[in-house]
Design a protein around this ligand. Structure first.
Ligand code: MLT
Length: 345
C-alpha cells in the first residue's frame, strides 16, 4: 500500500547557517528621498560599491528565482553589481537575523516573503522584530502555490490525495523548507483541510526538496509556481491543485483546490525587500524607486508570467504599502498558527 519513502531522503541539516551560493548579477548608475524604519538624510552617492541581496533559502528555489530576476534590472539602474547570497536555515529566520543586525547603509538587502510575518509567532527567541528592526522597501510579487506529488505517487487527483492521506497518515511524507516557510504554512493548511497529519521532511529550501520529490524520495509538497511550473509542464511531478480562487494562466489544466473539492487552501506568497532599520531615507527611497522600475521591466514581466506570477502594482512597491502588508499578515497568521499549536520553540 504505502511506499514509506521517509528514510531515503538526502536532506541537509536545517538549523545550521549555510552560505550556499554567491553570484554576480550585472550592473550600471541614479538619486532620492523618506519612510518609517529609515533614518533622515539623503542617499548621497549611494551606491558607491556592490550591493548584496540576501536570500533566506537555498539557491535555485522560488525566492532565489524572484530575487535574481529583479536584481538584474535593479543592478543596471543602480550602476553597481548586485551579489546574491543564499543564507538558508530556520525557515528563513537565520538570514533575516543576520541582515537585521547588519550595517544600516543599504549595501545589504534582504528578500523575504510571508515567512517574515509568521516568524514572530512561531519562534520564541527570534533574533529580530520584523516591524522594528527593518525598513521595508516595497513589495515585489504575490506568488500562487501548487500542491504537487512525486510522479509515481499513487493519488492522481486532490480528492484521491485527501483519501490517501486520511488512510495512511504519517506514513506519507511531505517536504517543506523549514518552520515558517511558505511550504510549511501551506502544509499546515493542508493538514487542517484534510483533517489528517503527515510526516514533514524539512529542507533548506524547496529547490533541494524538489530534487527529492522528482527523485521520488518524498511523496508530496506545496510550493510556489515559480518553482513548480516547469516541473509540472514536463511531467516530472504531478499537479493536484493551485491555491488561488482562479486557475493560473501558466497552468491552465491544473484545477483550483476549490474546483477539486477542498476548501480552505487559499494561500499566496507575498515577497518584499528589506534593509536594516536606520538606513537613510534617501537610500530606502532610491531602492524603492529602482524596484518600481524593475517591476516594469519587460523581461521581469515575461519571466514572472511564464512562472505563474505577476509583479505587484506600482503603489504596492513602496515602503508604506509594504509595512501595511507586513502588519496585516502578522495579525492574520498569529491566531491561525496559535490554533494549530505549532511552534519552532
Ligand atoms: C524557497 O525559496 O525555497 C521557498 O520560498 C521556501 C518556502 O518558503 O517554502
Amino acid at each position: 500500500m504505502t511506499q514509506n519513502r521517509r528514510l531515503q531522503t538526502n536532506r541537509p541539516t536545517i538549523l545550521g547557517s549555510i552560505i550556499i551560493a554567491t553570484a554576480l548579477v550585472a550592473g550600471c548608475t541614479g538619486t532620492g528621498g523618506g519612510s518609517a524604519g529609515a533614518s533622515g538624510g539623503g542617499g548621497g552617492d549611494y551606491p558607491s560599491r556592490a550591493v548584496t541581496f540576501v536570500v533566506p533559502f537555498a539557491a535555485g528555489g522560488p525566492t532565489d528565482t524572484v530575487t535574481r530576476l529583479v536584481a538584474e534590472p535593479m543592478g543596471t539602474a543602480l550602476g553597481q553589481q548586485i551579489v546574491v547570497q543564499n543564507v538558508a536555515g530556520a525557515g528563513g529566520t537565520l538570514a533575516a537575523g543576520q541582515v537585521a543586525s547588519g550595517a544600516p547603509d543599504g549595501y545589504t538587502v534582504l528578500m523575504h516573503h510571508i515567512g517574515m510575518s509568521t516568524a514572530p509567532t512561531l519562534y520564541n527567541d527570534l533574533a529580530f522584530d520584523p516591524l522594528e528592526d527593518f525598513a521595508p522597501i516595497g513589495l515585489v510579487t504575490e506568488v500562487p502555490m501548487t500542491i504537487i506529488g512525486a510522479a509515481d505517487f499513487e493519488p492522481t487527483t486532490l480528492e484521491e490525495l485527501v483519501a490517501y492521506v486520511q488512510e495512511n497518515g504519517e506514513d506519507v511524507t511531505y517536504a517543506n523548507a523549514g518552520i515558517g516557510a511558505a511550504s510549511h504554512l501551506c502544509g499546515l493548511l493542508i493538514q487542517n483541510a484534510f483533517d489528517a497529519k503527515v510526516t514533514e521532511v524539512p529542507y533548506d529550501g524547496t529547490a533541494p526538496a524538489m530534487t527529492d520529490l522528482v527523485g521520488g524520495q518524498v511523496d508530496f509538497m506545496c510550493d510556489q509556481t515559480t518553482n513548480t511550473t516547469e516541473q509540472i509542464k514536463t511531467g516530472a511531478v504531478k499537479a493536484y491543485a493551485v491555491t488561488t480562487p482562479e486557475r493560473n494562466d501558466a497552468l491552465p489544466d491544473v484545477p483550483t483546490a476549490t474546483e477539486a473539492g477542498v476548501e480552505g487552501l487559499d494561500v499566496t506568497v507575498w515577497h518584499g525587500l528589506y534593509v536594516p532599520a536606520g538606513t537613510p531615507d534617501g537610500v530606502v527611497q532610491r531602492l524603492s524607486d529602482e524596484l518600481k522600475a524593475a517591476l516594469k521591466d519587460a523581461t521581469v514581466i515575461e519571466r514572472f508570467g511564464a512562472l505563474g506570477t505577476t509583479p505587484v502594482a506600482e503603489d504596492q512597491a513602496t515602503p508604506a504599502a509594504h509595512r501595511e502588508k507586513l502588519q496585516s499578515q502578522i495579525d492574520l497568521w498569529k491566531p491561525i498558527i496559535e490554533e494549530a499549536g505549532v511552534s519552532a520553540g
